[in-house]
Write a new protein. Sequence first.
Length: 195
Amino acid sequence: MITNLARSWGVHITEPIARFLARLGLSPNQVTLLGFLLTVAVAVILATGRLQLAGVLLIFALGADGIDGTLARLTGTSSRFGAFFDSTLDRWAEIALYFALTWHYTHIGQDSAALVATAAMATSLMVSYTRARAEGIGIPLKEGLLTRLERLVILIVALIIPSLLYGALWLIAILAGITAVQRIIATWRLTQGSQ
């Protein structure tokens, strides 16, 4: 899974940055908000049709997104609210990106592509929702074919190579839908026999 690989390799990059931010006095929640605002700025660029620029900038936004958790761990300031805040803004950031794509495609008259971007947004949100609901009933659930990091990696590559974008959105829409179903099945199996 790309997520686990990124965590193991990314620590060499995120820890020095997190230590620097800690010296500046920034809190994990401030870094979370900063990463979100950076992604929204990328979404604005994306909505104007500058796909490749948005793809490159999204790499940096995605990198910033991984620093808040590292900062919380290094400074001993992890909190339940921080986890909630990070997860919530991750969803809003993803909505902003897909909405920007929908806006762009609608603006240039590609209605079918706008619908696929909307479908990718919907199924991506269902992946996160199924995990949140499972955790709400006490079941830790990280299984699945296409987590947020995988979705964003596919999106970044497709933005940098725009000829891949339409197909990539179809891929995200379908595989994220499958992932949501995987999580429903996993939760059903884990709750068998319980009320």
